[in-house]
Design a protein around this ligand. Structure first.
Ligand code: ATP
Ligand code: MG
Length: 287
């Protein structure tokens, strides 16, 4: 008999762990995440959490040991496992880049021809080299990749970069971005009907949390004669809400603004005559 709960694999401890746990908590899913625990069951959602090394997660999800999991896209692509991407999650953004010793000349990818490159991502690097018709030797190492050129192991490295400070500290400079990554929710490709129903409930909650983060609730005062121009600037979930104010000839306008063009919209609203603009974070957005 299949059990009607979703088994979720998350990284035990690392750069994905905290944001993954926060996401589930923001979705109202309660569970005990005490350090050191390898498995826990939610008290209010049909889910069980497994805490694993991130490299192992795609394999477990492919095999059905876990139903879904959170990993960096870089790991998902590198492992080449047959899993579905259920959702991009927007955190742990980073890139996979090729870097060479600072001061070495670099005109373009052809300069990598015949060189050796140290990496923990042989598949993604191999694909990149193939696409660019470059023959280079790939040295697979599992960690501390940045040290490779200075100890004579390789000419270049291909590694994860976010701020670039690690490269800088090791005297390297980034010359090619070969892959952009963020955390993704992966899923077993053929989940049972019951598990799919739980997953879609979870994805619905994640969507509400993510949408809320990308939007702000705003309240502003507008002279009635300028209402039309002001409301034309506002999307709202359906249309902005307009409430008459105690002061004759004025109204309060309630609406939602996207984080993306937030400041441009605020400037336009002020120019159109809006005053006393309040901006409030939204916790969940459901529609
Ligand atoms: P594990 O012990 O679970 O194998 P790990 O050392 O392989 O952990 P982490 O360093 O915790 O992995 O990174 C996990 C994922 O976070 C990476 O695969 C990548 O997607 C992302 N990541 C790595 N470095 C950064 C960074 N500097 N900034 C943002 N995201 C990053
Ligand atoms: Mg790992």
């Amino acid at each position: 008999m299949s059990q009607d709960f979703l088994r979720i694999a998350v990284q035990k401890s690392g750069r994905l762990s905290e944001d993954s746990l926060t996401l589930f908590k923001e979705c109202g899913i309660k569970f005990d995440s005490k350090a050191g625990k390898l498995k826990t069951t939610s008290s209010n959602f049909p889910a069980e959490f497994l805490f694993l090394r991130d490299d192992d997660i795609p394999g477990y999800v492919e095999d059905g040991v876990a139903d879904i999991g959170i990993v960096g896209e870089n790991v998902q692509v590198e492992t080449g496992r047959n899993v579905d991407i259920a959702k991009k999650l927007g955190f742990s953004k980073c890139r996979l880049s090729i870097a060479i010793p600072r001061g070495d000349s670099y005109q373009g990818v052809q300069d990598l021809q015949g060189r050796s490159i140290a990496t923990s991502y042989p598949t993604i690097l191999g694909n990149f080299l193939k696409e660019n018709e470059i023959e280079a030797e790939i040295h697979e190492i599992s960690g501390s990749v940045e040290i490779a050129p200075s100890i004579g192991l390789a000419h270049a490295v291909c590694d994860i970069v976010s701020s670039g400070s690690t490269l800088l500290a090791n005297g390297l400079s980034e010359v090619e971005v070969i892959f952009k990554s963020e955390a993704v929710m992966i899923a077993h490709p053929s989940l049972s009907e019951a598990k799919r129903a739980i997953l879609s409930k979870l994805l619905f909650r994640i969507h509400a949390v993510q949408t809320a983060k990308n939007n702000k609730y705003i309240v502003l005062n507008a002279p009635n004669e300028k209402l039309e121009a002001i409301t034309a600037l506002l999307p709202g979930m359906k249309a902005p809400t307009i409430v008459p104010l105690g002061t004759e000839g004025w109204s309060a306008v309630h609406s939602v603004l996207s984080e993306e063009d937030f400041w441009d919209k605020i400037d336009a609203l002020r120019t159109a005559g809006a005053e006393g603009i309040l901006v409030v974070p939204i916790e969940k957005m459901i529609y």
